[in-house]
Design a protein around this ligand. Structure first.
Ligand code: NAP
Length: 469
């Protein structure tokens, strides 16, 4: 079995002395894809110490130089985009078209959009007798999930580097290969030693030890709310700054005058893409009761026409497998809970026979707000349709989960905007509104703390100093 035993520390690749391994499996074929080493405590310390040593010089560099390295990283990702997309297919199971366009393409677009915005940001301001400076925190621990294995790292290193920080990245155990490929791309830019370091290992041990290291000043975490809570408690001990990008249970509200087809395609895109394993997926579709039947018919038609499930390497595939056995069992368990609590299965609801962690698109109707499937993040290709009687009720339901990440409203522009103002979420899409890499991304409530992307993402990575003359 192929061994992934290399760590990237202080500008060099080196073999780990670790003796613990995590085995990887291709979720579409169930073939083994190699085993990943877990870094030793000494190696974690070495990586953090290298980042700590590199910080003063990197933080003092002119912004233009730091930005130039990021431009080179974006170029490198672009040059290696096909290789990265194939790695993402292999370890995550994302369909190749999605991996190319969104997983890899999105990373390139986001870095370039942030660089384009930089001239609007001020790292130094004069205020009467005060010079206000913004500068890096020091060493950032970047702990990332598997669902966007390239872009979740990009969303952390882009603002961290621009702000003058140095980083130690610990990627998800399910997707180390994409992270290793990115580290090689970064290595080729000749970024100064110690600015970027990559260690491998499990969250429970390596992630925890990295975050607890006394020289780490900022923890930037994307993942489950449960792991976020544990890191929050841990960060308190060292009074460390924390950025948390956590789970979601986002709703789309179709207003009585809204266009049903738009609501259906907007929701279903997010349910099929990445097998619904996106934190911002619109997993609850709130429809006026009188439109429920018409919407159900449109949903079935959409799944038939668009939702081709199969080999993720086939460019026509829209729905691949979910990432792992754990995730497969977790999603199937939620589907059984939905049935048990009285929701009606419109389509799907049983796993595909044969190899691979494939779960057909599953749509539940007659879902009520108290059901488990209406409250908890499922993270699979599962949609809940909920019929409401008044718009007030829809707004109340949309806000009635522990989360607050994303949302959407489909209806006449002015009315939809008024509803958007009342949603307690970090993002709200109106009608055909498109994603924008310059817009802030992050959640209210248990969806997290802080924002990523664009200049808004930069703010959280900066300390503020006032020099009074
Ligand atoms: P996860 O289990 O919380 O893991 C995320 C990362 O944290 C992994 O690298 C994991 O390592 C590590 N980790 C786990 N427990 C840890 C601990 N106690 N201390 C330190 N590190 C720890 O989440 P996931 O299953 O990979 O990702 C899915 C979740 O991420 C979903 O809830 C999704 O909504 C959320 N997400 C949120 C956003 C956002 O921007 N809001 C974006 C994407 C995903 P191992 O891999 O070794 O377990």
């Amino acid at each position: 079995m192929k061994q992934y035993d290399q760590l990237y520390i202080n500008g060099k690749w080196r073999a780990s002395d670790g003796t613990q391994w995590v085995e990887g499996t291709n979720p579409a074929t169930l073939e083994p894809i190699g085993k990943m080493v877990c870094a030793t405590p000494e190696e974690i310390d070495e990586a953090v110490s290298a980042a700590h040593k590199a910080f003063p010089e990197w933080n003092a560099r002119p912004l233009e130089e730091r930005a130039a390295f990021l431009a080179a990283i974006a170029d490198g990702i672009e040059r290696h985009q096909e290789e990265l997309a194939k790695l993402i297919v292999e370890e995550l199971g994302a369909p190749i078209t999605f991996a190319r366009g969104v997983q890899v393409g999105g990373s390139i677009r986001e870095i370039r959009a942030t660089l384009e915005e930089l001239p609007r940001f001020f790292f130094k301001e004069e205020l009467e007798n005060v010079t206000v400076l913004k500068e890096g925190f020091g060493v950032v621990a970047c702990i990332t999930p598997w669902n966007y294995p390239l872009n979740q790292i990009q969303r952390k290193i882009t603002p961290a580097f621009l702000a003058g920080n140095t980083v130690v990245v610990k990627p998800a155990s399910l997707t180390p290969r994409t992270a290793l490929a990115l580290a090689q791309i970064i290595h080729e830019t000749k970024l100064p030693e110690g600015v970027f370091n990559l260690i491998l290992g499990s969250g429970a041990e390596t992630g925890k030890a990295l975050a607890a290291h006394p020289k780490v000043r900022l923890i930037s975490f994307t993942g489950s709310t449960k792991a976020g809570q544990s890191l929050y408690a841990q960060a308190a001990l060292g009074i460390k700054k924390l950025i948390l990008e956590l789970g979601g249970k986002s709703a789309l509200i179709l207003l009585p005058e809204g266009e049903e087809t738009q609501a259906v395609s907007r929701c279903m895109e997010t349910i099929l893409n990445n097998s619904g394993q996106s934190c911002s997926a619109l997993t609850r579709l709130l429809v006026p009761r009188e439109k429920r039947q018409a919407v159900e018919a449109l949903l079935l038609d959409y799944v038939q026409r668009v939702g081709l499930m199969g080999d993720p390497l086939d460019p026509a595939t829209k729905l691949g497998p979910v990432v792992s056995k754990d995730q497969y069992e977790r999603v199937l368990n939620y589907i059984e809970k939905g049935k048990g609590e009285g929701a009606r299965v419109l389509t799907g609801g049983t796993p595909r026979q044969g190899a691979g962690y494939f779960i057909p698109t599953t749509i539940f109707s007659d879902v009520t707000p108290q059901m488990t499937i209406a409250q908890e993040e499922i993270f699979g290709p599962v949609l809940c349709v909920m019929a409401y009687d008044t718009v007030e009720e829809a707004i109340e339901w949309a806000n009635d989960t522990p989360y607050g990440l994303s949302g959407a409203v489909v209806g006449p522009e002015e009315e939809a905007y008024k509803v958007a103002l009342r949603l307690r979420t970090g993002n709200v899409y109106l009608n055909a509104g498109k994603a924008n890499p310059k817009a802030p991304f992050g959640g209210y409530h248990q969806s997290g703390l802080g924002r990523e992307m664009g200049l808004y993402g930069l703010e959280d990575y900066l300390e503020i100093k006032a020099i009074l003359k």
